[in-house]
Design a protein around this ligand. Sequence first.
Ligand SMILES: [Fe+2]
Ligand SMILES: [Fe+2]
Length: 193
Amino acid sequence: MHMYNYNEDFITVSDRLSFSFDEMDELYSCIEEILNHDKWKEMTTCKHHLDSKAIHLLEVCCVSWRKAKKIKNCDASSVAIGALLHDFFFYDWQKEKVNLETLSIKRKIYTPKMHGFLHPLIAFDNAHKFFPHLINKKIEDIIIKHMWPLTINPPRCREAWIVCMADKRCSLNVLKSPKELPKYLGIPIKNNS
Ligand SMILES: [Fe+2]
Ligand SMILES: [Fe+2]
């Protein structure tokens, strides 16, 4: 018997990765609040590569959390939360421009104005806005650095390295065709079909 009434996308992804019931219960206890939040629903209707963004975020979360559990002294719960929120933005980057002036967290930002560089900052701002009590320094590093090497500054903790690598693995698995690679980097590609 499960301890939780699981979210449907969580079941899909943990099935794909053959999670045990114990793994599902343990991971779900770290991320339940986010999955039950109203803002999470926007992730389920937003497309990301071939899946919804909710599926992509859950996939990176499950893959990263499982990896973190195997490493001694690794903060698996921060890994799960950071991974789940690493792309937590609500605009369609191929259609809308974002304005960094709207960020609630003010910081000096010298970065190219392209989606691949900007969206980690927007995702962190949203994570901080909606889940301030869940955020810590590791989770900040996970979200802000997940697009390394674009960020130039590399991740500062092993938790952020795990998510950075898992995001690439999951995104490239989904993209399959090298022609789609620019999309991962946030460069729009013309669809002539
Ligand atoms: Fe991203
Ligand atoms: Fe991602």
